[in-house]
Design a protein around this ligand. Structure first.
Ligand code: BGC
Length: 776
């Protein structure tokens, strides 16, 4: 049972949430949503003691490995560090037996600490346990754990086995060779594992300290080295009321780390790991935790969003989103992207999708632009894979992979998915071949970043090349339709993945057109204003020839227009498909319930959408469509959209707000916020939903506060939900931080900028230097 808005502890009000009853059949929920991490690594929050059905995951960003030729590359599950085998008077401790009282597992978002406590009663013994854990933001290779055990009614003999356990896999796929294991000075445990295909060395270490009744006990452990596992066992006798404090310091390094990018030597990595481990071990949990806590203080200064709402859940929801966005983002290393489940589960194999550019990047563009830049540079490095994908498919330029892993990997989408309930066969996944809009989504994101930051250096080094080469892809992708005398884009999957092999998905066509138009504008500008750069790009990409092709084709790209009822067809055949009663699926408790009754081919023949499609188009290219067209399409498509993708609700929320339906917008926001944090106990089993978390921030800042970049200008058009009194957040624009505070009628802006900034508020240009207050 999950508890949000718990009022206790008072100092963590709206900063924490708890599980108040242990449920062995819903382990995955807390494992995912209470995950810890720091962008370098992600640690799923499995309990210390082990349970059937648990997933003990530790992922290190960027360490992709391909299990064999029949599988795609994925983030391997590193050896487990967190498991403790605890025995009391010879009986293995487990919450599945005995009585459990005062149970609470809590994620403290403010300090990024996981805390679990309870009293366990078994065979007449009552024992109090408390566990704490963090993954350090201050020292990125470090995990800290602490357990205290106090017998409450008599003496106990307690043994704890703890170490590093490489007997784990990714749902059965074993990504590692058996490596070397060692214990130094009976204290420092080391386990090395090397990935089977990418040959990445993982060097993991752990060491313990024990205090009994507050005094350090230098006990000799029993040592145990086994297949893929190394551990030590400590045994102590505790009197009634006497407390054992058990600390575990752990360190993780890999040969993929940026420090070793120039060609690592395993011995150097081992040395660094051991030095880091010893330092952490000597300092102890509390001191190292303090470094971590301070690092998080800075995070909250950087990203803080405050909401005064009649519904305290709203404040918690945005903190939860920001917490997860921070722990999933590899801001330390531009060679890495963000996984669709962050680093919180095996879902989507650690791969990056358009989720990053369209749903998460805005958060970084407006609150920490250097991180946005690093994420875009990941895509720049990915040009290598995108170019080979284009070539393999017979196109020019850069065709970005639908799913991306290591930048040079190219396409890594798996080919086969879930069972087809009609045929009993596995369903073919087409997105890796024909879900192509990702290419223009990335170009759009480059443009968005540039417009908001003015980062010319980024554009000169990376951005122009990305926009030009993606436009080259689209020009080669267009298909001439003799009958209609227009260029079509046939056989694609648009954002709505319930429609496969469609022609002229409106989103895809408009975004391709946008991409080519943008390239034309920039190519022209470069030729005149930056001839040296133009020449360099021209010799690399053949820009001059491409410009001829673009001017020839741009005016003849087919852009679906509203029909007599004002509806833009999602694709050539959508509006002719069968209408079905979607009521049972619209009110579903779990997503994808339509597949209990139909298979994908059947769903493909109905007017039903998995997620926002045309609405995405309205959001991204907002100024190309009049309000009445948006409204007619919203009403038409919202009814047919099942929101079976977590990416959907936030977009519909923003559109509903734009169209003036605040109440619906707020309801959709709440539903979006509840995807991970809500009451559904299985929605996050495979990991949290990264894009939806970015979407929560978008609903608040781009939705209710109405922040948009339009044609290079910063607009604000606030419309707060009824339940909200105030909201404030930081906003970066052209290198300056603006503190925004909104109440129901007034807007206050404060900036550190010496320069005058121009904003458009409620449609009117406003000049800002220092502070400004106005009514809206
Ligand atoms: C959605 C995609 C999304 C992917 C990863 C799919 O279910 O339809 O739009 O990119 O999940 O989150």
């Amino acid at each position: 049972m999950m508890h949000y808005n718990t009022t206790e502890p008072e100092e963590l009000k709206h900063w924490s949430f708890s599980e108040t009853e242990f449920d062995p059949l819903a382990l995955a929920k807390c494992e995912s949503i209470m995950s810890l991490g720091n962008g370098y690594m992600g640690l799923r929050s499995a309990a210390e003691e082990s349970y059937i059905g648990e997933k003990r995951n530790l992922f290190i960003n960027g360490t992709f490995n391909k299990f064999d030729q029949y599988e795609v590359t994925e983030l391997p599950n590193a050896a487990d560090i967190t498991r403790l085998d605890i025995r009391i008077d010879g009986v293995r401790f487990s919450l599945e037996r005995g009585e459990v009282r005062e149970y609470r597992r809590l994620l403290n978002l403010r300090d990024a600490e996981l805390v679990r406590g309870f009293v366990w009663e078994y065979q007449g013994k009552r024992i109090r346990f408390e566990f704490r854990r963090y993954v350090s933001l201050a020292h990125k290779h470090e995990i800290g754990m602490r357990m205290t055990v106090t017998p409450l009614n008599g003496r106990i003999s307690l043994s704890v086995t703890s170490g590093i356990d490489g007997q784990v896999s990714n749902s059965g796929s074993q990504h590692f060779h058996e490596g070397e294991k060692r214990i130094y000075d009976k204290t420092y445990i080391e386990l090395i594992q090397t990935t089977t295909e990418s040959k990445i060395d993982f060097v993991l270490g752990a060491a313990h300290r024990l205090f009994i009744g507050g005094t350090e006990a230098n006990l000799e452990p029993k040592m145990d080295i086994d297949r893929r596992r190394v551990a030590v066992t400590y045994t102590v006798d505790l009197e009634q009321g006497q407390t054992l404090e058990f600390e575990k310091a752990a360190a993780v390094f890999t040969s993929r780390d940026l420090e070793f990018a120039e060609g690592p030597r395993l011995d150097d990595i081992r040395e660094m790991m051991l030095a880091a481990l010893k330092e952490q071990h000597a300092a102890g949990y509390e001191r190292r935790f303090e470094d971590h806590r301070r690092a998080w203080e800075k995070v909250w200064d950087q990203y803080r969003v405050s909401i005064k709402s009649a519904e305290p859940f709203d404040q918690l929801a945005v903190r939860f989103a920001i917490y997860h966005l921070v722990i999933m983002t590899p801001s330390h290393d531009r060679r890495m992207g963000i996984g669709a489940k962050g680093l919180t589960g095996e879902g989507y194999k650690g791969h990056s999708f358009w989720d990053t550019e369209i749903f998460i990047l805005p958060f970084y563009i407006y609150t920490n632009p250097p991180v946005a830049r690093s994420l875009l540079e990941y895509r720049y490095l990915g040009l290598e894979g995108a170019r080979s994908k284009a070539l393999q498919n017979g196109y020019s330029g850069a065709m970005y992979p639908w799913e991306a892993a290591w930048p040079s990997d190219g396409e890594v989408t798996p080919e086969w998915g879930q069972v087809d309930i009609v045929t009993g066969k596995q369903t073919r996944i087409w997105s890796g071949v024909i879900e192509q809009h990702i290419t223009s989504d990335i170009a759009y994101a480059v443009w968005h970043y540039y417009m908001a930051t003015g980062d010319q250096e980024f554009m000169d080094s990376f951005g122009y090349e990305m926009i030009l080469d993606t436009a080259k892809f689209w020009a080669s992708r267009l298909e001439w339709n003799e009958e209609q005398q227009t260029y079509h884009i046939n056989n694609v999957v648009g954002p709505d993945e319930y429609k496969e092999h469609v022609n002229n998905n409106a989103f895809t066509n408009y975004m391709a057109h946008f991409n080519i138009r943008l390239a034309m504008t920039y190519a022209e500008e470069l030729r005149v204003q930056k001839p040296a750069l133009f020449d360099r790009l021209n010799s690399k990409l053949g820009v001059e020839a491409a410009m001829d092709e673009w001017s020839d084709k741009i005016g003849r790209i087919y852009l679906p227009k509203p029909n007599q009822d004002g509806i833009i067809p999602q694709d050539d055949t959508y509006l002719q498909k069968k209408l079905v009663d979607l009521t049972p699926y619209k009110s579903q408790a779990k997503v994808g319930s339509i597949f209990d009754d139909y298979n994908l081919d059947q769903v493909g023949e109905m007017q039903v959408s998995k997620q926002a499609d045309i609405m995405m188009l309205f959001f991204l290219l907002e100024d190309q469509f009049p309000l009445d067209v948006k409204k007619a399409n919203y009403d038409y498509y919202e009814e047919k959209t099942l929101h079976d993708s977590s990416l959907s609700l936030s977009t519909h929320c923003i559109l509903a707000n734009d169209l003036g339906d605040r109440e619906l917008a707020y309801r959709l926001f709440r539903r979006a916020a509840e995807i991970d944090l809500g009451p559904y106990m299985h929605s996050s089993d495979a990991g949290v939903h990264s894009a939806s978390l970015g979407g929560i921030w978008k609903c608040i800042v781009m939705g209710f506060a109405g922040v948009r970049m339009l044609g290079g200008a910063l607009h604000m058009n606030p419309r707060l939900p009824e339940a909200w009194e105030e909201v404030s957040f930081p906003l970066y624009w052209r290198g300056h931080r603006i503190e925004v505070h909104l109440d129901r009628t007034r807007i206050s802006l404060n900036t550190d900028s010496e320069e005058e900034l121009t904003l458009i508020i409620g449609g009117n240009p406003v000049k800002l230097t220092g502070a400004l207050q106005l009514s809206y």
